[in-house]
Design a protein around this ligand. Sequence first.
Ligand SMILES: [Mn+2]
Length: 481
Amino acid sequence: MTFEDLPDFINNRRKNDDLLEIEDEIDPYLELTWFLNEEERVGRGKTILFNHVKGSDIPVVGNIFSTHEKMNAILGDTPENVGMGMRNLIRPPKESESLIGRGLEMLKELGGLRPKLHDRLPSSYRILDTVDLKKYPFCTTWPEDAAPFLTLPVVITKDPETGMKNAGMYRMQMYDSETMGMHWQIHKDGSRHYQDYKEKGKIMDVSVTLGTDPLTIFSSVAPLPEPLDEFSFWGLISKKRADLVKGQTVDMHYPMNSEIVLEGYVDTSETRIEGPFGDHTGYYSLSEEFPVFHVRKIVEKKNPIYPTTIVGKLWHEDVIMGKAIERLFLPLVRLQIPEIVDMNTLEEAVFHDMIVVSIKKRYPGHAKKVMFAIWGTGQLMFSKIVLIVDDDIDVHDRKQVIWAMGTRIDPSRDVVIIPGTHTDTLDHAASLLNYGSKMGIDATKKWKSEGFNRPWPDTLSMKKDIQERVEQIRKKMNLSK
Ligand SMILES: [Mn+2]
């Protein structure tokens, strides 16, 4: 089961005693997002509906993804199970199946997931006569932010050649009542479309959907392999076809369950200073030139609800989403790099700054092979530090990981530095924007065939019978937990 739309999700949260409704007037300037922050900090992470937001008639909802329980409700299952389901869909044929039979079955399954396209807006929508972004409760999160930012927009663009849709999430700075910044990071699909339009010297249509069912929001964040678009991914998870409706002034379709849609365009010859913005790195992103989005038309539901999120250091809901992505995509990553046993993208390192991967090592130099495979796989390419450990290490146990890193490496032999390569746009330490270096650390036990000629010492562990005997005595004395 997936949610119909944002109000359906909110009702579900109310029923599950996971909704705080705030009736006090809350200022969208700093106060509102700090409220979300505090609810997460105390470890409860309830969804919050702000019914009275200063300067706007529109309620705001936040903490949509703030617990694992909620994330599972949104996916309709655990990320692990969803990932295994996707892996099975693209599994190779079994011995009993013919290759063609399997291929046809796959096509049928995937074809069934294409979005359904509608021409007419449902009657519950209205097309506004004027464009005035100032009436919306857009939030400012941190004191040095340049302006209010949209933090959960689903930005839809179309490939100018193939017409293939993309839905991505890029923060958007409010400039005035009609224009916004479009923070298209250079490696993202939205930015690639932008580059293609720019080469042709064309203006591009863009729609920005604010508030859909949470799975659509999640899909726009998921690092999907190129041929799979976000709405088909949505279909794959929800096992039904997404309903998209034709725009009024843009040549594209967008989710028919949107609360608010900003239809508009980006003139590819125009940029403007964007930022600073308090980011999920824990720093303010610096100001840079980015494209500008002009709103032509606004379409909204009667009584819409606006969704927002807070990013900052560590404990925010992007960690829950990031972990769901890690678990969901692990089975698919393992299709491509089968020697990976487990991986941990560390939230303390903003996910992509450090990844720990355990492998079943089979041949000399295997750890380095896996490092290079990671730098060549989807958005794992952003991993700044890749730490490879043997599969006796639990990658989710920081103590074991640091122990392996400390005791199993000889730095001059086991650390590789790759100079002059791509970096994440939000890597503030790289000397140039989008360009820097990577580090791989091979913390596997070294083998003779890797030139290691000393014996590798045995790892400590206690005999089973001794453990059991001591445990019996402790139990008798009530010392056992
Ligand atoms: Mn995409």
